[in-house]
Write a protein that binds this ligand. Structure first.
Ligand code: ADP
Ligand code: MG
Length: 597
């Protein structure tokens, strides 16, 4: 079972990457801000207008109350004032809708752009990258980090601007009414800022925990479902069930902890606000009694104080959002600036040499491995059928992957049509090769689409021809739906041999100059094997094509023009079937398979 890795130990997110300053980081998002400046400008204009309109309401109330207490109020005047209040409320509602649409909409656009960029970047990365970053890590970036950036650039920015405008204006109005009263009413406010900063920091921390546990839970479910046959085979259902229940319970506990803090935040804010109100009632009331301010002013003052509570809370909240956004931006930046180790050169016309690949003293060590997997390999790969065999772990797959440029190689040890591969365009090189990997990769799609994956424009006749060449046509026709049958996730509805032949049909359909088959006929039975081999040979007949066929089957190997025997990353023997019989390992392999036959 693949246990999901916690982010902390995986070099990618932490590690020796130098700290990047905020200005460099912001370069990731600033162009999008610039591109949408009109939208943002209008959005913030609407936001600020809403703030000012809201500040007008207490002034209307003040006029009404003052008129009432001075007994000069007429019903026409009151009607007019309440009409103003209603009008302002309608405009506020309208403008709120507008700024939400514009600004929050912008943050979604930003998120989408970053997500697309990240996805495109990840697609360009090479094999060493995917060995370092797990799918879970990458999914976390695509999910949590992008939404943190979206929050910071959307609601975070709105709250910051809103809080600034509201608090400045409310304060100005309050100061205009009474300086002393303002200072008194503000006394408990610093407490509010500190409380929200601390609590929302805690909230984020616990919220991250909830998200982490949720991904543990989904990863566990995913891993279980993927290996369901294995689990049933070992009757581990109850074991998995208990583990799932335990993870679920942990998730609920974390959620409850979040609820506790969320439950605390608003009561505390209200409490602090009410302490301010208490001070205000006492001192402000005194001022009214002493007739130093009017009742209307007093009531307006109370409204302004209420308006201040939200901005004060926002300060702590915004600080956390910004901090989180910056951390996420830093992680995304590191991911976006990672370059593939496998270099790529410009597209260039290549001579049509007979030899496709030349390995010259090709040595390769996997990063972090103690021993090289490929040692001083000298090999010419030209037209015809080249067989490759050797015990497990001898480096056969490694050589195939090096030819496909999945891993970086040193200069001057691997040549494609006479040119050093490090100077060639990767894409162009790969377009010359059809590859059937050791593990067939299939999609939950129709059989036809699986075969046509490398050539989506292929006609049905071509697809069927490829199916025949790979000796799978008869099997496919026996399925309900034939070529249109859906094969289930990763081909669960097929046998191992059928999956391998389907993968082969896909490669044959591509019709590329070179075909690499990495031990991909291993699950095919002996009778079908010859059919498959014939199919490959007839597809290639009359074309100067090169096939590299990794196999343990003597019956397959004996048809090869040349066989390479690998051991511990070295070529130990090279020649035709007859020549190789002198080698003890090869001879033992032949004898064993003859006995079985
Ligand atoms: N991604 C990898 N990282 C580190 N070591 C690897 C990796 N893939 C293969 N190896 C090691 O390289 C050696 C050759 O493996 P491989 O080429 O897969 O052998 P074969 O295909 O002949 O069975 C083995 O010792 C294997 O453990
Ligand atoms: Mg292998």
């Amino acid at each position: 079972m693949t246990g999901p890795r916690s982010g902390a130990d995986s070099g990618p997110t932490t590690g020796s990457v130098p700290e990047v300053d905020l200005r460099t980081l912001l370069q990731v998002v600033l162009p999008v801000f610039r591109e949408h400046r009109l939208r943002l400008g209008l959005g913030f204009l609407a936001l600020v207008t809403v703030d000012f309109l809201q500040l007008l309401i207490p002034r209307f109330v003040k006029s009404a109350v003052d008129a009432l207490s001075a007994a000069t109020a007429t019903s026409a005047q009151l009607l007019k004032l309440s009409g103003y209040v209603c009008l302002v409320a309608v405009i506020v509602a309208l403008l709120r809708f507008i700024w939400r649409n514009l600004i929050i909409g912008f943050s979604r656009i930003l998120e989408k752009k970053l997500r697309d960029r990240l996805f495109a970047h990840i697609l360009r990365m090479d094999q060493p990258f995917f060995e370092q970053w797990t799918t879970g890590d990458l999914m976390a970036h695509a999910g949590n980090d992008l939404s943190a950036i979206q929050m910071a650039c959307g609601m975070g920015l709105v709250a910051a601007v809103d809080a600034l405008v509201m608090s400045t204006a409310a304060l100005a109005f309050m100061l205009a009414i009474s300086v002393k009263l303002t200072l008194i009413a503000l006394l408990p406010m610093p407490l509010l800022i500190v409380c929200t900063r601390v609590l929302s920091g805690r909230l984020h921390h616990r919220f991250n925990l909830v998200q982490e546990q949720f991904s543990l839970l989904t990863e566990f479910a995913r891993a279980t479902l993927v290996s369901i046959r294995l689990i049933k085979g070992y009757t581990l259902e109850q074991f998995q069930e208990r583990q799932f229940a335990a993870l679920g319970a942990q998730y609920v506990r974390s959620n409850l902890k979040v609820a506790v803090i969320q439950g605390l935040l608003f009561p505390i804010a209200t409490l602090v606000g009410n302490v301010g109100m208490l001070l205000l009632l006492y001192y402000g009331g005194t001022l009214v009694i002493e007739e130093r301010i009017s009742i209307g002013s007093f009531i307006a003052f109370v409204s302004y104080l209420y308006m201040l509570i939200w901005p004060m809370m926002a300060v702590g909240w915004v600080a956390n959002l910004a901090q989180r956004g910056a951390t996420s931006l830093r992680r995304i930046y590191r991911l976006l600036t990672r370059q593939p180790l496998v270099t790529t050169g410009p597209t260039q016309p290549l001579p049509a040499t007979a030899t496709i690949y030349s390995c010259r003293k090709l040595t390769f060590t996997y990063s972090g491995a103690a021993r090289p997997a490929m040692v001083a390999v000298d090999l010419e790969i030209g037209p015809g059928l080249l067989g490759m065999t050797g015990r497990t772990g001898s480096g056969k797959s490694t050589l195939c992957k090096l030819l496909l440029r999945m891993y970086p190689v040193a200069d001057s040890c691997l040549f494609f049509r006479g040119r050093d591969v490090n100077l060639l365009s990767q894409a162009e090189l790969r377009q010359c090769i059809a590859y059937v990997s050791q593990e067939p990769v299939l999609f939950a799609d129709t059989i036809a689409n699986n075969i046509a994956f490398g050539r989506p424009e292929a006609t049905m006749a071509e697809i069927e021809a490829a199916g025949q060449a790979a000796a799978i046509d008869a099997d496919i026709r026996s399925f309900n739906g034939g070529y249109g049958a859906i094969i289930g996730e990763r081909g669960v509805k097929l046998s191992g041999g059928q999956r391998q032949r389907l993968a082969l049909a896909r490669a044959l359909l591509c019709d590329r100059p070179m075909l690499i088959i990495d031990d991909a006929l291993s699950a095919i039975d002996v009778e079908t094997e010859q059919q498959v081999l014939e199919g490959i040979l007839t597809t290639l007949a009359g074309k100067t094509k090169t096939v590299l066929l990794v196999s343990h089957r003597v019956n397959v190997l004996r048809h090869c023009d040349r066989i390479v025997l690998l051991d511990e990353g070295r070529i130990v023997e090279q020649g035709r079937h007859q020549d190789l019989l002198a080698n003890p390992f090869y001879l033992a392999m032949v004898e064993k398979q003859q006995n079985h036959a």
